[in-house]
Design a protein around this ligand. Structure first.
Ligand code: G3I
Length: 384
């Protein structure tokens, strides 16, 4: 009498993200296998339909679906990092180390934190993140050199001529970029410089220096680190065709004048009410510029209207999953040379800038457990 054992195990995540492992071991003797195997096949079919709530991905992924994003992703997969949690929160640190191949400072590398006073710099937190990235074999993306929303009062109160403002900006960019030369792979050189109607945002830099501040910022960053990949980072490509066209046209005109821009960042702070078509179109249209593209600040809100009484539902989590899958799939089709990857704006629903809305916009829940949208992203990787 010969015994053959068969083990069936697969993982699937129910809507709340809890991973169910189902293992069924059936021992059969050779004598009975001829008619038992078809029964066995029928049994596995019924088992697979036992995961309730639509959490079975089209192509059920067996065990290797829980391989970390950084191992499965065909492009760099990162997260924006909260400087306090990366120093203190074990679950946060372990999730970051396990899952991500790239990090961005959520706030630590902004002017408000790097230059608290004129010609004074505070490098502790930024150095900590750059060292952390290097120790964990991660890419670090610098965010951001020039933004209207990240400088301290010494800049707002600075009074100087246009040339003195240009010197101020050049000194800041040169000091920061040259400090991390060869260590920070890429920079958001300018962030959010256009309004939704496509016209220049009237920022302090625009008002003091004029539109030429954009070209000056890129030229200065390039001189400080000629190998750094330089991005114009912006939002709204997925909800405004007008803005998307203005962004891409602005970049083309700057490049035609010799401004060293290598890539465009699509922040994509979006939500489940936005169509997957618009999200995918934003990625594809931006890629048509021929530049490197980075989905740089991805989060998909389920409570877009910031309804304080919002209750998380399986249906919303399912929609969120399919939106993440669409974005991951679209990025999987972007040629490697143009693909700077996806960065989520935060690690878990516990540490998002949207958490207090309340909202649940990210791939990991408050216990740093992967949500079903995490599977959505993994499924998107295998789209050809
Ligand atoms: O660190 C101070 C703390 O000392 C102080 O006690 C506390 C109370 O005022 O403020 C803390 O600073 C806050 C900082 O986040 C760190 O938590 C700032 O007030 C707050 O404005 C800052 O918000 C950040 C915001 O950018 C403005 O810089 C968000 O965390 C960050 O997620 C958000 O990220 C931006 C991107 O950089 C650009 N694109 C949009 C995105 C979302 O707004």
């Amino acid at each position: 009498m010969i015994f053959i054992s068969r083990g069936i195990s697969y993982f699937c995540r129910n809507a709340t993200g809890k991973l169910n492992m189902k293992i069924y071991t059936i021992t059969i003797s050779m004598k009975y296998s001829t008619f038992l195997i078809p029964i066995l096949f029928f049994v596995s079919l019924t088992i697979s339909s036992s995961c309730k709530g639509g959490d079975i991905p089209e192509n059920p992924i067996v065990t290797d679906s829980v391989k970390p994003l950084r191992d499965m992703s065909p492009f760099p997969f990162g997260a924006a990092i909260n400087i306090t949690k990366i120093k203190t929160n074990t679950a946060y640190i372990n999730t970051v180390k396990r899952e991500f191949s790239s990090i961005t400072a959520e706030n630590a590398m902004k002017m408000v934190n790097l230059s608290p006073a004129k010609d004074q710099y505070s490098w502790t937190d930024a150095d900590y993140l750059v060292n952390f990235a290097e120790e964990n074999h991660m890419r670090i993306h610098g965010h951001c050199l020039v933004w209207h929303n990240s400088h301290t009062s010494w800049v707002s109160n600075y009074s100087g001529t246009k040339e003195e403002w240009k010197t101020l900006l050049k000194n800041y960019i040169t000091t920061v970029v040259s400090r991390y030369k060869g260590r920070v792979a890429s920079w958001d050189v300018v962030n959010e410089i256009l309004l939704d109607d496509g016209t220049p945002r009237q920022t302090i830099w625009y008002n003091k220096i004029g539109w030429e501040y954009v070209a000056l910022a890129f030229q200065t960053a390039h001189e400080a680190d000629p190998n750094a990949v330089l991005f114009y980072n912006e939002y709204g490509q997925e909800y405004s065709k007008t803005k998307m066209k203005a962004i891409n046209d602005t970049v083309k005109s700057l490049i035609s004048r010799g401004v060293p821009i290598n890539g465009i960042g699509l922040q994509m702070h979006t939500n489940i009410n936005q169509s997957a078509t618009n999200m995918v179109d934003a990625i594809q249209q931006t890629a048509l510029t021929g530049l490197i593209i980075h989905v740089s600040e991805l989060d998909i809100a389920v409570n877009r209207d910031k309804n304080s009484a919002y209750v998380l539902s399986t249906a919303d989590l399912e929609t969120q999953k399919s939106r993440y899958r669409s974005i991951s799939a679209a990025m999987s089709l972007i040629p490697e040379a143009q693909n700077w990857g996806i960065t989520t704006w935060g690690v878990s629903d516990n540490d998002s800038w949207l958490t207090s809305n309340p909202d649940y916009p990210l791939l990991f829940d408050k216990n740093y457990e992967p949500k079903i949208c995490y599977d959505g992203v993994q499924e998107g990787f295998s789209v050809k």
